[in-house]
Design a binder for this molecule. Sequence first.
Ligand SMILES: *Cc1c(COP(=O)(O)O)cnc(C)c1O
Length: 368
Amino acid sequence: MKNIPLVDLKAGFNPIKDEIMKAVGDVLSGMNLYLGPNCQAFETEFAPYCKTEYAIGVGSGTEAIQFSLMAYGVESGDEVITSPHTFFATAEAIVAVGAKPVFVDIDPLTYTISPEGIRENITRKTKAIIPVHMYGQAADMEPIQQISKRYGIPIIEDSCQAHGALYKGEKAGSLGDAGCFSFYFTKNLGGYGESGMVTTNNSAIADKIRLYRNHGHKSKFEHSVFGYNGRLDEIQAAILRVKLKYLDESNNKRTTVAERYNSLLKDIPLILPQEVSDRKHAYHLYVIRSVRRDKLQEYLNNVGIGTGIHYRTPVHLQPAAKVLGYKEGDFPEVEAACSEILSLPMYPELELDEQEYIAEKIKEFYSL
Ligand SMILES: *Cc1c(COP(=O)(O)O)cnc(C)c1O
């Protein structure tokens, strides 16, 4: 029996171990830990990667979203439109600034927010739209950009799963007014701790986020706003600078893994991920759908194959979201997806023979 995890962090670390150890060692030798040279260098490297003017390193993807909302003036009493099919943090950041998440259903093909749903939910209180580039595939941004323009509402992209993804040739993180990235260790670009980044072309927004992340420090003894301890950690920045050099290569390997799954699984009665022709999927996750999902997961688990569910309960049905007043049945596409989705092992180093084993076991399950 093989043992194949959902994600294999060691397989990603081993080939670059010496480079990472040196980068971390250099930081510790220099002890320049406070928004140091690696933090600054990583920002100036990540911005052009995303084809934006500015990138501001922060403490997490959640903070990236929160600070972006604050920078655009979103506050108590405002509404922010997003998808309930996301990691909980998207909604958390909205609630953290005192605003109300307004959820809309997804396009079931891509698992990303329905532009039509956004249009129907715009009110005078809507102060931001947060599309989530779910699993690594960009949301349908063109109609969302049109809505944004028409109503003057900023788009804050949740790009936390979509480092390097493209929409009509443009990078995730450059498709709205601010792009929010997480470098949590399982992401396509992941550190070995917590960190995040905001990308933007707006210098005033970039300046505000620099204040919010660092206690509102304008100068050493002057705090111009009430901010947060939300800086990018220097050790993470040093690690991420090494890993950024390999991001495109590792994303290409993810594409290869996805293509191999597509061909290995094509004759099995499953729904496979749909990559829309005008987009480049970053394959943060490879998510299939099965009406017998829970049984399939258990079967795979018993033969040494790790899987995940991203996510089992949509945000609007979480206990914490009760106060928002949503109920079961509000978002049929999201709810149907949540009961059928299953994430198969996905990481750049996944080997063909391992994928053949996974496909064989899935076939076996369906032949029972
Ligand atoms: C990971 C993730 C976040 C949060 O990022 P953290 O760095 O863990 O705070 C937000 N949104 C989505 C879609 C994510 O996948």
